[in-house]
Design a protein around this ligand. Structure first.
Ligand SMILES: NC(=O)c1ccc[n+]([C@@H]2O[C@H](COP(=O)([O-])OP(=O)(O)OC[C@H]3O[C@@H](n4cnc5c(N)ncnc54)[C@H](O)[C@@H]3O)[C@@H](O)[C@H]2O)c1
Length: 452
C-alpha cells in the first residue's frame, strides 16, 4: 500500500511545513480527520466511541481478534460502552476495528491506548508501547498526529517514542506532531466518563500541543493544555500516587486502630465531617486494578534513574501490599474465636473484582487472599456475579451463586468487594461468621461480624 500523504505537493519549506500543520488542524476541526485508536481495552474502546460520536471516522486497531470481531459486530465487552451505542457508531460507518496496522497509512491522528504493566521485578514493561510505536513509525506520513494515552513514566514520549518516529526522517512539529494525553477514565463511574473528564494535553512542540488540543476539543467537554509531554505524563502519575499514598496512610491507620481497639470506620466518618482540609480515603483488603498499584512504580523507577528515592511511594506500596496478609490473619483470628482453624475450614469470598461493580480482576487483592487461604489449607470458594470464572496462571475457579445455602455452608464469609448487587441482609442473617473488609455491614451489630 502506498503512503497516502494528504499534503502531497506541499513543499518541505517552512511555508510548506506550516501548510502541513494548518491542513491537519483544518481536517480535525472539520471532523474530516481519520482517527486510529491502537488498543481497544477499557480505555481505547470508550475513547474510540467518543471520537466516533463526535463525527469522526474511527478505526480501532488491536492484536486480539476476538475484540476486533466484537467491535465490528457491535457487541461490546466493556461495561461502560453499551452495545447499542457501539452498534450505532459501527452501523453509521463511523467506527470499525482491524488488526491490520497498514491502515495507519489512511490516518491523520493516532491514539495509543495499549497496556503498561509492571515486570515481576516491578520495573515498567513498555513493550506494548514500543511495539505500537514501531508500527506507527513504519507507516508514518507527513501531516499525522500521534498521541500516547497509556500511563507511563515521565519522558516516555520524548525519549522513547520521538526517536523511533524521527528515525523515519520526518521532523516532529513540522512534518508530524506528537503529544501525550493521560487517560483518566474510572471504569464503573456513572458520573464522570471519557467525555466529561477534563483532558490534559501536552505536546513535544507548541504546534504539537495546538493540534492535539484541537483534536480533543472536538470530542471532550474540556481540555487542559500543559507545557510539555513530561508535565502531562507526570500529572497522571501524581494523581495515582496521591491515591496510593492516601490509601496507604489510611490502611496504616486501620492497622494501628486494630491494635488500639478503635473503630477506624467511625473515626474516618467523623473526620470527614470537617468541611475543609480533609478528604476521606477508606481502608480495604489491598489495592487492585490496572492503575493505582502499578503507576506509582513507573514514577519511582524513573525517579531512581535521576538518583531520587521516592520514599512515600515505596512506603505506601509496602503498607498496601501487606493488607491481603492482614485480612488472612484476621480471618484466622475470627475462626479461632469459634474454635476453628483456617486449615480445613470452608471460606467463601464475596467479590473478587478489584472494586465494586466492575468485572475486572487485574491485580485484585481478593486473588491473593484466595491463594493465601488455600495455601493455609482452607477450602475456598467465591461469589461474584461480575466474574463467572477466574483463570489465572496460579488457579482456576468458578463462581457460586449467592444463596442462603451457600452462605450457611461456609465457616466464614469474607466480604472482599462491595458489589451493590449482593444481598447484604441475606449475608448478615445466614452467614455463621463474617469478616467485612469493606464496612458494607456498617451499623449491623453482631458478635459474628468482624471488621477490618
Ligand atoms: N483501565 C483503567 O481504568 C485505566 C484508566 C486510566 C488509564 N489506564 C491506562 O491506559 C492504558 C490501557 O489500559 P487498559 O485498561 O485499556 O488496558 P486493556 O488491557 O484493557 O486494553 C489494552 C488493549 O491493547 C491491546 N494491545 C496490546 N498490545 C497491543 C499492540 N502492540 N497493538 C495493538 N493493540 C495492543 C490489547 O489486546 C487490549 O485490547 C494503560 O496504560 C493503563 O494504565 C487504564
Amino acid at each position: 500500500m502506498e503512503r497516502s500523504d494528504k499534503t502531497k505537493g506541499v513543499r518541505r519549506t517552512s511555508e510548506g511545513r506550516d501548510a502541513v500543520f494548518q491542513n491537519l488542524k483544518g481536517r480535525i476541526e472539520g471532523r474530516k480527520a481519520r482517527i486510529a485508536v491502537i488498543g481497544l481495552g477499557y480505555v481505547g474502546l470508550p475513547l474510540a466511541v467518543e471520537f466516533a460520536r463526535s463525527g469522526f471516522r474511527v478505526t480501532g486497531i488491536d492484536t486480539e481478534k476476538k475484540k476486533i470481531d466484537r467491535v465490528n459486530s457491535g457487541n461490546s465487552y466493556i461495561r461502560d460502552v453499551p452495545s447499542e451505542e457501539l452498534l450505532r457508531e459501527v452501523g453509521a460507518g463511523r467506527l470499525e476495528a482491524t488488526g491490520d496496522f497498514s491502515r495507519l497509512l489512511e490516518m491523520d491522528c493516532v491514539s495509543i491506548c495499549v497496556p503498561t504493566p509492571l515486570r515481576k521485578t516491578r520495573d515498567p514493561d513498555v513493550s506494548s508501547i514500543v511495539s505500537a510505536a514501531k508500527q506507527i513509525a513504519k507507516y508514518l506520513h507527513r501531516g499525522e498526529l500521534v498521541v500516547l494515552e497509556s500511563t507511563t513514566y515521565p519522558g516516555t514520549t520524548d525519549e522513547l517514542i520521538l526517536p523511533m518516529l524521527e528515525e523515519t526522517g520526518l521532523k516532529v512539529g513540522k512534518d508530524f506532531f506528537l503529544g501525550f494525553s493521560p487517560e483518566r477514565v474510572d471504569p464503573g463511574n456513572k458520573k464522570f466518563m471519557t467525555k466529561n473528564i477534563p483532558k490534559v494535553v501536552g505536546g513535544v512542540t507548541p504546534k504539537c500541543s495546538e493540534v492535539a488540543v484541537a483534536l480533543y476539543k472536538c470530542s471532550m467537554s474540556s481540555v487542559v493544555p500543559v507545557s510539555s509531554t513530561k508535565v502531562a505524563e507526570m500529572v497522571k502519575l501524581l494523581e495515582n500516587t496521591f491515591r496510593s499514598v492516601n490509601i496507604g496512610l489510611v490502611n496504616e491507620i486501620a492497622l494501628m486502630c486494630d491494635k488500639m481497639k478503635i473503630d477506624v470506620w467511625e473515626v474516618i466518618e467523623a473526620a470527614a465531617s470537617k468541611p475543609f482540609g480533609f478528604m476521606p480515603f477508606y481502608p480495604g483488603p489491598g489495592l487492585g486494578g490496572h492503575c493505582i498499584p502499578i503507576d506509582p512504580f513507573y514514577l519511582s523507577w524513573k525517579a531512581k534513574l535521576s538518583g531520587f528515592e521516592a520514599r512515600f511511594i515505596e512506603l505506601a506500596g509496602q503498607v498496601n501490599s501487606s493488607m491481603p496478609y492482614h485480612v488472612v490473619n484476621k480471618v484466622g483470628e475470627a475462626l479461632n474465636s469459634v474454635r476453628k482453624s483456617v486449615n480445613g475450614s470452608s471460606i467463601l469470598l464475596l467479590g473478587v473484582a478489584y472494586k465494586a461493580d466492575v468485572d475486572d480482576i487485574r491485580e485484585s487483592p481478593a486473588l491473593d487472599i484466595y491463594q493465601m487461604l488455600t495455601a493455609r489449607g482452607a477450602e475456598v470458594s467465591y461469589c461474584d456475579p461480575h466474574i463467572p470464572e477466574i483463570k489465572t496462571d496460579s488457579f482456576c475457579a468458578k463462581a457460586k451463586p449467592l444463596t442462603a445455602d451457600v452462605l450457611e455452608r461456609a465457616d466464614c464469609v469474607v466480604i472482599t468487594t462491595a458489589h451493590s448487587v449482593f444481598d447484604y441482609k441475606l449475608v448478615a442473617s445466614k452467614a455463621k461468621l463474617i469478616f467485612d473488609s469493606r464496612n458494607v455491614l456498617k451499623g449491623v451489630r453482631s458478635s459474628k461480624i468482624w471488621r477490618l
